[in-house]
Ligand binder design. Structure first.
Ligand SMILES: Cc1ncc(COP(=O)(O)O)c(C=O)c1O
Length: 371
């Protein structure tokens, strides 16, 4: 079986380094917000090219605290996309604001800036683009609209560690960038983890305080906060993995290039090729009769994923937002057709060839253009 993702292969390559780093934390007794957390924050900020990073317990907390630090709350509206993981939308609701959706663009699968103007109202406070699958959203166009309307930009960079355009990396385009270190992410902890990045020390300070019970000094609670701190053990593991991330991203890009070429040879549509703006957290194709193709691939020994089978506006939990089927044609069509192929840094070119052969065997027919 070719797995969709192989965390054991990653552990086999760097496990010895992680074990000694984690053992040092266990022996230190410094289990919460220890030295490794501070060092990881500095190293991750440097990796992103941001002035500051604040480490948190999850990516969801990063989105939640970013919105709070930006002063967003009840009565405010935040524009985002329905083609994302539910956490993007849940975080907006956690602060009491209203998520307002705009559709994705059919080439990059990220927020279509052409839809922004008509979604902006007097209540709009922020735009939250999602760098879906690891590809940067159209940041220059989004930032231009945000600046014209005086809106905050909070990037959901949970899938896009290191994606860059003109030397600038994900998490540094907007006021705040939000990252997840869920184990399967390009940079994944040995458990849960997250972080924000920002160039604004005032926002970093607010988020540092919010993650630790709103304290400004011990038992001086100046705001209502949370327990959203990162464990030192996770920071130690993340510091080890961060040293390998550039090499892992190069491997992901090489494998994606193999997919592009081999899929084209078989006449199967491939996603728009990425450059440095794409870190290939996910490599997704669009095929007709996706669920049948997926079943046949499984019989042929290829595991796949779906990111995501139903856009958030059609999830039962978010029916209260009042959207209906047909509201976001591109997201809905892509949700029905998207199929994520195996991709992880330790995968071989030969395995890519096997996946593409299996896809051809499974009768994968390209989906019709969405435009
Ligand atoms: C786009 C997106 N946003 C937010 C999250 C939430 O991150 P976490 O699972 O670390 O809370 C994830 C990942 O799970 C994600 O993929």
């Amino acid at each position: 079986m070719i797995p969709f993702l192989d965390l054991q292969a990653q552990y086999n390559s760097v496990g010895h380094e992680i074990e000694s780093a984690v053992l040092a934390v266990l022996r230190s007794g410094e289990y919460v917000l220890g030295r490794d957390v501070r060092e990881f924050e500095e190293e991750f900020a440097r990796f992103c090219g941001a002035r500051e990073a604040v480490a948190l317990n999850t990516g969801t907390s990063a989105l939640h605290l970013a919105l709070l630090a930006a002063g967003i709350g009840p009565g405010d509206e935040v524009i985002t996309v329905p083609m994302t993981f539910v956490a993007t939308v849940a975080a907006i609701l956690y602060v009491g604001a209203k998520p307002v959706f705009v559709d994705i663009d059919p080439v990059n699968w990220t927020l279509d800036p052409g839809h922004l103007e008509k979604a902006i109202t007097a209540r709009t406070k922020a735009i939250m683009p999602v760098h879906l699958h690891g590809r940067l959203a159209a940041m220059p166009a989004i930032l231009e609209v945000a600046e014209r309307h005086g809106l905050f930009v909070i990037e959901d960079a949970a899938q896009a560690h290191g994606a860059e355009a003109h030397g600038q990396r994900a998490g540094t385009f907007g006021a705040i960038g939000c990252f997840s270190f869920y184990p399967g992410k390009n940079l994944g902890a040995c458990g849960e983890g997250g972080a924000i990045t920002t160039n604004r020390p005032d926002l970093a300070d607010a988020i540092r305080s919010l993650r630790d019970w709103g304290q400004a000094g011990k038992y001086n609670h100046v705001r209502q906060g949370f327990n959203f701190r990162l464990d030192t053990v996770q920071a130690a593991a993340l510091r080890v993995k961060l040293r390998h991330l550039e090499a892992w991203t190069r491997a992901r890009r090489d494998l994606a290039g193999d997919y592009d070429r081999r899929l084209a040879e078989h006449g199967i549509a491939h996603p728009a090729p990425g450059g440095r703006d794409h870190v290939y957290h996910v490599y997704a194709v669009r095929v007709r009769e996706r669920d049948q193709v997926r079943g046949r691939l499984s019989e042929l020994g290829v595991a796949t994923g779906i990111h995501y089978p139903r856009p958030v506006h059609l999830q039962p939990a978010y029916a209260g937002l009042g959207y209906r089927s047909g509201d976001f044609a591109v997201s809905e069509k892509f949700a029905a057709e998207t199929l994520s192929l195996p991709l992880f840094p330790e995968m071989t070119g030969q395995q890519v060839a096997q996946v593409v052969e299996a896809l051809a065997h499974a009768g994968a027919a390209p989906a019709a253009s969405a435009a």
